[in-house]
Design a protein around this ligand. Structure first.
Ligand SMILES: Cc1cc2nc3c(=O)[nH]c(=O)nc-3n(C[C@H](O)[C@H](O)[C@H](O)COP(=O)(O)OP(=O)(O)OC[C@H]3O[C@@H](n4cnc5c(N)ncnc54)[C@H](O)[C@@H]3O)c2cc1C
Length: 379
């Protein structure tokens, strides 16, 4: 498989090397530099709904993609703790950019943890320097369309497989060079495959208008008679390919959604604390919500470092509830001004709704629905 040249110009600026041996202070200083600009760009990213070229360019130029890659491919090989720090900072600055990054990261993890060393050798350095943008279309195997027929089918051919159907949700598809797609065979087994967006028969839709995060350019990818070779297979055919091919260890991989929810809640809690300095009535609320955010931040930190202080599912349930409560409290503190388009609290409250639907396990959905209905959860 040949990875095509990137579909947009992405000049790579010189950058400092900030490997995993860097101190937390050095990393925090580095992150502050990136996040200040991302925060400034965030309102425009939200209002335009257009692909955040500048923010993504900044990430590439600042070496953000290198956090996740081994040194052998030019990566900085950050530890899970350092990546957690990175995501918490980015998500306080621009949720859209950090969300896009999680989808890139999910795709990169699938490539890194696969046994397809040929593909890894080819793509690894390009992932690190930002010249190959990858994303995932795998929800049809897990959270999306579980009550209906598989959306994306694969049929064995002499050289590999033919893909037919669509991936209903693919963030940044129209801006990606390579897609990691999950497809189902007729016998129910599944494969994960790396498919260049330039492949004949692949149509990446440009992005749907969403309640928030429209600039993530999330849309369906249609596949008609798409031929792929064995050397494009990352995993499978096997049942539950996502479980079977998951990378070892907890790490931040399975925690993306909760990390971003907590980062987003941290931003809104900081706003409440600032407001409460002039309004004493807000102080107990700001203090309590800030304390709740800090408790979850510490739990996710310990979980990331391998301490089982909370289950991933319970963390997600609490992170979801928290981010909705804190952002709505911030909006209410801002009063009518917060409801006017362009006010950050209105944006944060809209963006927080995303956590209700993003990769939300059924148990978390049910617990949340029972909460809303004021009834006991059966689980
Ligand atoms: C902004 C955004 C970006 C995303 N980006 C990605 C990405 O990059 N990659 C990726 O892999 N995934 C992505 N996802 C997918 C996400 O992780 C979830 O899989 C998705 O939100 C699940 O929603 P769905 O509408 O597909 O669910 P579905 O289960 O398909 O529900 C769709 C509709 O089907 C009906 N329905 C649901 N359940 C039942 C039932 N049991 N019986 C009868 N009818 C039913 C309901 O009317 C429902 O509205 C993204 C989602 C969003 C919103």
């Amino acid at each position: 498989m040949t990875i095509p040249p990137p579909n947009t110009a992405r000049p790579i600026a010189p950058r400092p090397i900030l490997g995993s041996q860097a101190s937390t202070t050095e990393i925090v200083t580095y992150l502050d530099g990136i996040c200040q600009t991302l925060s400034e760009l965030a309102p425009q990213v939200d209002q335009s709904g257009k692909w955040p070229e500048q923010s993504m360019q900044l990430c590439g130029d600042s070496g953000v993609f290198r956090w996740f890659l081994p040194q052998s491919y030019g990566g900085w090989e950050w530890t899970d703790f350092q990546i957690l720090l990175g995501y918490l900072s980015l998500s306080q600055s621009c949720l859209t950019t950090s969300f896009i990054l999680t989808q890139w990261h999910a795709a990169a993890r699938r490539i890194l943890s696969s046994k397809n060393s040929q593909l890894l050798e080819q793509v690894g350095p390009k992932l690190a320097d930002g010249s190959c943008f990858v994303t995932v279309g795998i929800s049809q195997l897990s959270t999306s369309r579980q009550h209906t027929e598989p959306a994306l089918r694969s049929y064995p051919t002499a050289d590999g497989y033919r893909l037919e159907g669509f991936a209903p949700w693919v963030t940044a598809a129209a801006h990606a060079d390579l897609l990691i797609l999950g497809a189902t065979l007729e016998d129910g087994q599944q494969i994960l495959a790396a498919v260049p967006t330039s492949t004949k028969g692949v149509v990446c839709k440009p992005g749907m208008p969403l309640v928030a995060l429209s600039a993530s350019c999330t849309d369906r990818v249609e596949l008609q008679g798409v031929e792929i070779n064995e050397d494009q297979i990352l995993a499978g055919p096997i049942e539950n390919v996502l479980l079977a091919s998951a990378s070892k260890g907890g790490g931040v991989g399975g925690l993306h959604t909760s990390i971003l929810a907590i980062g987003h809640a941290m931003r809104a809690a900081a706003y409440l604390r600032v407001e409460s300095q002039q309004r004493s009535s807000l102080r107990p609320v700001a203090d309590k919500l800030s304390a709740d955010v800090e408790v979850l931040r510490m739990k996710i930190e310990r979980l990331t470092m391998g301490h089982e202080v909370i289950t991933v599912s319970e963390l997600r349930r609490r992170a979801n509830s928290l981010v909705l409560r804190v952002t709505q409290a911030a909006l209410q503190a801002a009063k009518g001004a917060g409801y006017v388009e362009g006010h950050p609290t209105g944006r944060w409250a809209r963006e927080a709704l995303f956590f209700l639907v993003w990769s939300c396990p059924q148990a978390v959905v049910e617990a949340n629905l029972c909460d809303l209905a004021g009834i006991e959860s059966p689980h």
